[in-house]
Design a protein around this ligand. Structure first.
Ligand code: WTA
Length: 641
């Protein structure tokens, strides 16, 4: 198995050749202002910016295009009328293939967005308000995002798989007074009670929501509270609704994401820089060509859905697929069936899905026509070379370049990525930095590691798509990202740079785990566990999992007198599910009579991680533990699993 897969020779239409990559990259470093003002031409501005980035990482204060103004909804929708009013903007593929789908031209999308914006206005939303979207993967989800952008309201999308508790926390944290939801969502054979979850969330103390806008999707029975809840159809209207003029640095959205400590952080993105970043990365990474069908399988509840289901494709005037379903319903060929049905050219998904489908055999893939496919992409976690090969050879018939894109909620869009015709591919490596991205590896003391090396991945210069703050808590922003290594943005990831200039992400080095491409703070799962009356203490770590990448491994000590029964085991798993959502369901609970702590009471997570990984040879010095004999008992417990 060779480690390099050569890029195919660039077609004449390629958006970037190897020589162009080098030239663009060099220019983006030597003359960032010139380069990024030029990329800003991808957008229509109300006031053209005269300067690009003005920023400092110490203390962190970041602006881009600060004297420019624009509206992102105008850029994603309205301006495409003249040139491509009849072109398809969104293709909606429902959960059940037997249900008719739907597609919207740019003109139809405009009508929908105006109706939604008027509905939001009717329930009281105005510029600067935070609007929580708790939606299934239907067109109205993206439409609600765009409608917020039209009015200058700040959307905060909460993934529809989160529990009422998690939703309540996110509504409260940004003092959102408005929620947009649907009666129910559909995922495979399951119905997700979205409206009922909203009802439950609004019961929590500290949540103060005045209006809920409800979209009828399944038609399932729900309760509507007089005066608070409004059916979308009752308040939508076709009245004129102009796009609000926004300063480039006005907030566009908040997205809650997990960190190593405390509650999820409300990462804030602003308008101009984010728009330039997603427009530029979409254009180059996916080599998008006019008329092509692009499908990103991520949910709009995650940043990938924000940047590459909604904003990136639409700003580029593209056609984007919105898929409501799951990869294994009605069978494991669903992805490839959708690709054949809609003649998808560019497909973007997560390694966890690839691994799960690979296990089901090639027939599910090969029986569907994949001749429309041109480029394949991955995101969310490292892809193991075996899954990469399968994706490349079986799905893409060894003719579609694979782009492995490394980025984060905080980065707004791709940061390290293969470019389809511009760089060779090494299975498992995300490739080289995108334009303007300046990386550095440092050791734990912050010493810069030169050349081919492995260390903590930092970014030393701002880029347009960078998050500007944590909503309402700039100190936390500084603490989380700029204090570990002063003057640098610390990603939380470990990384290796090889001699050819390729970056290999090795995974998180903080207390964040990546489960099926979903980012989760171990602290969140621990907090959920200790809420249960039977639990005294909990420590949660990730461990290697064949399909999910990482699984959730929980060490639990119970209260005096509690029996550690199978029933309790099941109850605790259900409890975490209820507190956070199904994605946080523990894979394994390990009852123990204690947690390994130093004499000063600090939990030694490194030991817990090693034991969960079944790696007992390198536990390091355990003599500083308050109770060294505990380690043997923990290992025994692990082996008896
Ligand atoms: C991980 C998702 C390896 C990484 C866009 C990062 C990846 C975290 C890759 C961010 C990749 C994302 N290869 N690891 N191509 N892409 N990650 O905020 O650990 O949900 O820090 O953003 O996912 O997750 P987030």
């Amino acid at each position: 198995m060779s480690t390099i897969v050569q890029h195919p020779s660039p077609p004449a239409s390629a958006n970037c050749t190897p020589a162009e990559y080098d030239a663009h990259y060099q220019r983006s470093i030597d003359d960032p202002d010139g380069f990024w003002l030029e990329q800003a031409e991808r957008l229509d501005w109300m006031t053209k910016p005269t300067k690009a980035g003005e920023w400092s990482f110490d203390p962190a204060e970041i602006t881009w295009y600060a004297d420019g103004s624009l509206n992102l909804c105008h850029n994603a929708v309205d301006r495409h009328f003249e040139t491509r009013g009849d072109q398809t903007a969104f293709i909606f593929e429902p959960d059940d293939p037997a249900t008719p789908g739907r597609s919207l031209t740019y003109r139809e999308l405009h009508t929908e967005v105006v109706r939604m914006a008027n509905a939001l206005k009717a329930i009281g939303v105005s510029k600067g308000d935070r609007v929580t979207l708790y939606m299934p993967m239907i067109v109205e989800g993206a439409v609600a995002m765009l409608a917020c952008a039209r009015l200058g309201a700040i959307h905060s999308v909460v993934f529809g798989g989160f529990s009422p508790e998690a939703l309540a926390g996110r509504i409260e944290a940004c003092e959102s007074r408005f929620v947009v939801t649907a009666d129910e969502g559909l995922r495979g054979t399951k119905r997700v009670p979205l409206k009922a979850n909203v009802d439950a969330a609004l019961e929590f103390d500290g949540v103060d929501v005045s209006s809920v806008l409800v979209i009828k999707h399944t038609g399932g029975a729900i309760e509507m509270k007089e005066g608070r809840d409004h059916w979308y159809a009752d308040v939508a209207s076709d009245d004129e609704c102009p796009c609000a003029e926004m300063n480039a640095e006005d907030p566009l959205f908040i997205l809650y994401t997990s960190g190593s400590t405390g509650k999820p952080k409300g990462v804030l993105h602003t308008t101009g820089g984010y728009a330039v970043w997603v427009a530029t990365t979409f254009h180059f990474t996916f080599d998008y060509q006019p008329g092509e069908v692009f499908w990103c399988s991520a949910d709009i509840g995650w940043v990938t859905g924000h940047s590459y289901v909604t904003y990136g494709p639409l700003i580029n005037g593209g056609t984007s697929v919105i898929f409501e379903g799951v990869p294994n319903y009605p069978d494991h060929g669903r992805f490839w069936e959708v690709i054949a049905k809609h003649q998808v050219n560019i497909f973007y998904t997560a390694p966890t899905a690839i691994r799960a489908l690979m296990r089901e055999g090639d027939d599910h893939v090969t029986k569907h026509d994949r001749s429309s496919l041109r480029i394949l992409g991955t995101v969310g976690e490292p892809i193991n070379p075996e899954a990469w090969r399968w994706y490349y050879e079986v799905v893409g018939e060894s003719r579609c370049p694979i782009v492995d894109t490394w980025w984060q909620t905080e980065t707004g869009g791709h940061m390290i990525t293969t470019l389809p015709y511009a760089s060779d591919m090494k299975p498992g490596s995300a490739g080289k930095p995108f334009f303007g991205v300046q990386l550095q590896l440092v050791d734990n003391d912050g010493n810069v590691l030169e050349g081919a090396n492995e260390g903590n991945l930092c970014v030393t210069a701002s880029w347009p798509g960078q998050a500007r703050t944590v909503y309402g808590d700039h100190d936390r922003f500084i603490e989380a990202y700029f204090s570990t290594f002063k003057g640098k943005y610390f990603t939380g990831d470990g990384c290796r740079l090889d001699g050819d200039g390729f970056y290999w992400i090795t995974g998180r080095v903080d207390d964040v785990i990546n489960v099926s491409g979903h980012r989760m703070g171990t602290a969140e799962v621990e907090s959920a566990l200790v809420l249960h009356p039977a639990v005294a203490e909990a420590a949660v770590v990730g461990y290697p999992h064949d399909i999910k990448g990482q699984g959730i491994y929980c060490y639990v000590t119970t209260m005096e007198g509690v029996d550690e029964t199978d029933e309790l085991y099941a109850e605790l798993r259900a409890h975490v599910r209820k507190e956070i959502g199904p994605i946080a369901t523990p894979d394994h609970l390990h009852f123990t009579d204690g947690l390994p702590k130093t004499r000063s009471g600090k939990i030694m997570r490194r030991i817990l991680r090693k034991i969960a990984e079944n790696d007992y040879g390198s536990l390091g010095d355990t003599s500083t533990l308050a109770d060294p004999s505990l380690v043997d008992r923990l290992i025994e417990g692990r082996q008896n699993r």
